[in-house]
Design a protein around this ligand. Structure first.
Ligand SMILES: CC(C)(COP(=O)(O)OP(=O)(O)OC[C@H]1O[C@@H](n2cnc3c(N)ncnc32)[C@H](O)[C@@H]1OP(=O)(O)O)[C@@H](O)C(=O)NCCC(=O)NCCS
Length: 179
């Protein structure tokens, strides 16, 4: 999966992305809404390997996000088959993570819009979901800006997070080609 926007490039992961992506995944601010929180470099390498395997199997995936102006890896963003914990599946999920220094430049919105467009026009998907912790306001605001909508009747229990953890209650968003 390769997508270009005005300022950004979504492309398959490369060996040389492991070190800069490990820095992003070692930042507790960036990983505040993840369970588990920060990752070791070896765990980041495993994540990249899993994303690569997904991309090879399905033809789409969670890929590297590079800034074109200086070829810097600024994070990861893309599509993946969602886990079984989400009812009504299988679903294709959009997700993102950017290094703290790159936040609030409109990068995630620019890349995610192009990714959704790719899902509708190239992959001919009819729905994309997104989900995150109820308390992850930046991601929730981004999903809303992308035209994704949540329905409180679709609340489910995210069993990948331990009971009692404030990250456990998730909110599920959906969007289709026409909103
Ligand atoms: C969520 C995230 C990807 C947003 O990236 P970004 O490049 O800063 O987002 P953008 O600059 O494109 O912002 C787009 C919109 O998202 C919303 N948004 C982004 N950051 C926000 C914040 N800190 N607070 C509230 N809204 C926010 C706003 O609606 C924003 O539009 P606006 O700037 O016109 O108000 C980034 O904060 C991040 O990587 N967070 C940590 C990783 C994470 O939690 N991933 C999801 C795990 S489930």
């Amino acid at each position: 999966m390769r997508i270009e926007t005005e300022r950004l490039r979504l492309r398959p992961w490369d060996e040389c992305d492991i070190a800069p992506f490990a820095v992003i995944n070692a930042d507790p601010d960036v990983r505040r809404y993840y369970y588990p929180s920060i990752l070791t470099p070896a765990e980041t390498a495993d994540v990249i390997a899993e994303c690569d395997a997904h991309l090879r199997k399905h033809g789409f995936g969670f890929v590297a996000l590079e800034r074109k102006a200086d070829a810097t890896l600024i994070g990861g963003l893309g599509l993946s088959i969602a886990g079984d914990e989400i009812p009504g599946g299988p679903h294709v999920e959009i997700g993102w993570i950017l290094g703290r220094h790159y936040w609030r430049n409109g990068y995630a919105l620019e890349a995610a819009r192009a990714c959704l467009e790719h899902a509708w026009t190239r992959l001919e998907l009819t729905e994309i979901i997104g989900y995150t912790s109820r308390i992850n306001n930046p991601s929730r605001a981004l999903m809303e800006k992308l035209g994704m909508r949540s329905d409180p009747t679709e609340d489910f229990d995210d069993t990948t997070v331990p009971a009692g953890n404030p990250l456990r209650p998730p909110v599920l968003y959906r969007v289709g080609p026409n909103g």
